[in-house]
Design a protein around this ligand. Structure first.
Ligand code: CA
Ligand code: CA
Length: 212
């Protein structure tokens, strides 16, 4: 049962009564949350803060799937959320929401795109590890990464102040391991299985330099 479809009963409180709800479950108008990783506290326990309201991500539409990708090709990850009209029958309430990241690209980052040859072409199942002065990070190329959603197959690594990664290792689904050294930040590293690495600017960045 959707609160959106029964807004009158929702506002009076009758929506929550057994008499109205019967055997149905209910949902709707819960605020989305966006958790920021604040790192570990003094005991080593990871801490997260809900920054949804501060960033404008606390939408009350009836969200379902969520996927992360660099939709504007500027080097940081943006978020798309799909919504459910429930039994309201009002499709306009179910438009997708795009949360555009307007800060991430100011720091350093590296995008990695894999093309399988003997492994599957999209390199699903590949693992990429990068090591920089800021530490070690690992990402998987996945398929079916969330409910009703699919993340970008291009992998992104946030590098903070680091201007390069010292090493980048790809473990392909077929078992081949390739290692590259001193890969510059703020680039798209395209890697073909069994071949080399090509450094490219992202399309948005290419357009930017063309305007200068
Ligand atoms: Ca972006
Ligand atoms: Ca951005």
């Amino acid at each position: 049962m959707s609160a959106v479809a029964h807004i009158k009963e929702y506002k009076t409180g009758r929506f929550f009564s057994d008499e109205f709800r019967g055997d149905s479950s209910w949902n709707g108008f819960e605020h989305n949350v966006l958790l920021r990783n604040e790192g570990a506290d003094e005991t080593g326990t990871p801490r997260f803060d809900d920054v949804a309201m501060a960033t404008g991500a606390d939408d009350i539409r009836d969200a379902r799937g969520m996927a992360v990708a660099d939709f504007d090709n500027d080097g940081d990850l943006d978020i798309v959320i799909n919504n459910n009209p429930g039994d309201s029958g009002r499709a306009e309430q179910a438009q997708a929401v795009l949360l555009r990241n307007n800060t991430g690209e100011r720091r350093n980052w590296l995008a990695v795109e894999l093309r399988g040859t003997s492994s599957n072409r999209d390199a699903v199942g590949a693992v990429v590890t990068v090591e920089s002065g800021g530490g070690k990070q690992l990402r998987y190329v996945t398929a079916g990464s969330g409910y009703a959603s699919q993340q970008s197959a291009r992998l992104y690594f946030g590098l903070g102040d680091q201007t390069q990664v010292n090493s980048l290792t790809v473990r392909w689904p077929g078992g081949l391991v390739q290692r590259f050294e001193n890969v510059k930040a703020k680039q798209l590293a395209q890697i073909t299985e069994g071949a080399g690495l090509t450094n490219l600017a992202l399309p948005a960045k290419r357009d930017e330099s063309a305007r200068k």
